[in-house]
Design a protein around this ligand. Sequence first.
Ligand code: PAZ
Length: 349
Amino acid sequence: MSTTTSTSSGPFSAESYFATQPPPPTLEHDIDGVRAFLSRQAGKGRKVVLVTSGGTTVPLELNVVRFLDNFSAGTRGATSAEYFLQAGYAVIFMHRQFSLQPFSRHYSHSTNPFLDFLEIIGNDPTIGVTPSKKAHLLEILSAYKSVQNEGILHTLTFVTVNDYLWLLRAVSQELSTMKRKALYYLAAAVSDFFLPRRKMFEHKIQSGKGNLSIEMDQVPKILKPMVEEWSRDGYIVSFKLETDQTLLIPKARAALERYGHQVVIGNDLNRRKFEVVFISRKLPATPNAEGDRKAAGGEPDSGQASSTSVATWLRLDPQAVEQGKEIEEDIVAELVKRHQRWIEEESEI
Ligand code: PAZ
């Protein structure tokens, strides 16, 4: 069994992708919601961040039984969303269905089941919270309720890479109306390969006919149109995941040079909870620019031979991680500073 036909027209561009792959049925409804959310935030003068989170799937069949998945629990995105909310941003949280979400992530069913926080009290039983867990629960619940009351968190879901691409384009286009007040934080783990609709099996792939070989097409490089067309004034931060440490800086730097956005955050799969590297453009060699670089803790990207980029490492002490410190707090704090400078630069132009 094989689907080894390749596209006669060559690799998909973003344009040919959207011309041939169908939008998810909920797209219009989702975008109406985003539009209403943004108009409320614009009225209050808030900065808005789009956080993408979780992994995308690539279904092999139209009636899906089997699919490929990209690794991501959604921790980075859900945790960062909380810190952006704390920093006063309104957040559009676009995440893989059933991956971690802000606030409820603290009570994930696998690591911290919420039933363990509850107690049955009395003969005419009622429910109470385990005393030792009360303070933490109260803190999380208060933050959650206050975000709900202020209406500053809007949630969207995707499952497949196709859902993700259509949603990302539409949300980015809407968010571009916020100009420099928009921040894009692309932490989702997005498949590099997919099966175009015309190559997908209709029904469950049957075994018994030998090996299965499937040739997938490359997902178009979506950051390019995002930077050049959809979100031209926004501050765009992408993530680069590697498992080979030696590739981290070169690959992150190549992405920055290729797409020309503001920051690539590189992270190694096994070190991502306590170490990330920010790659950003080197500022022109003026005394002020040098001051800015030092203020941001940046070091020239030496050794990795770049005359155009700066690598800034953020590291946490393992002890601090054990005590509950989250690296996303520092990532977000650094980005909030950089985004603010970006907004202020505009008024100097
Ligand atoms: O969701 P998580 O905390 O388990 O993992 C986060 C991450 C490693 C997926 C993210 O930090 C990241 O690198 N996203 C981009 C992945 C990519 O290169 O496509």
